[in-house]
Design a protein around this ligand. Sequence first.
Ligand SMILES: [Fe+2]
Ligand SMILES: [Fe+2]
Length: 293
Amino acid sequence: MSFLKPAARPWQATDFAYSQVVPRRYDDDLAYILRTTALVESRADQYGDYLRAVFATRGPHWRHAIDAWNREEREHGRALRRLCEAQGEFAFEYAMTSYLAGVDYHACDGLSVRGSIAGELVARCVVEALASTFYRVLRDSCADETGRAVLHTLALDEARHYGMFRALLADEQQRAPLRGWQRIRVGLRRMLELSDDQILFAAWLVATTAPSHYCRRTTAARYGAALYPRYRFDHLLFAARLICPVLFAGRSEWLVRGFAAALWAGVQWRAATSRLRLALTPMPPRAADAPQG
Ligand SMILES: [Fe+2]
Ligand SMILES: [Fe+2]
């Protein structure tokens, strides 16, 4: 019994042609998002430790699934790091050390921050669905062939991870079911956490060269202005097709299109408010703007 379907084409971070990366094909904002994501994905072992503790009572099949998932997530961090290093100087080790020291992940005490194992799985389904969407968005706005290949591969992996957590959720629902309104509450709350410190502190680290203090609001504006304008409606339709069955136990076309429209409105709002805040806030220099030498 395996919850994680194997990849159609198994891969490793060393498989991509990083020597063929053309740095000028990455706009500053895309490079900034990729560096941020390289840090966030490189924390895979902490995510794995947390989930292994939460699912400790669920037996070896669950454990094997999380171990396999953890290995793949680790590979995502490696591939993104290589991709960023191929674009120019990237002090990954320094940034990663600061990231791990600056933002704690959830405690590995066996308790889910979502209140239950089923709640944890709903949140994981949402995260993986949004991660697959996110990599599609970045792939579609990347002009470099190697970058597109890496991002496409990660998008496929995240969709399989969504399938794995959904299979675990189906298993758990037979044991300790979560009611419909509880699934919606956990899922929507997890979506709102996309602008928490786990991502924004990493974004601040990769964008800051001069000494400055971390400001979540300012960083959210810069990160949001870099990311959200890249989303198209068809990206959000893809996200809605994955998320609706988990939150609403339905996949009818009107439900999916309605939810995609709500996501679209949310993304447009975030893009507009981020740009406005960015225009009104003086920014510290970003790595690409910093004086050289
Ligand atoms: Fe990942
Ligand atoms: Fe994933």
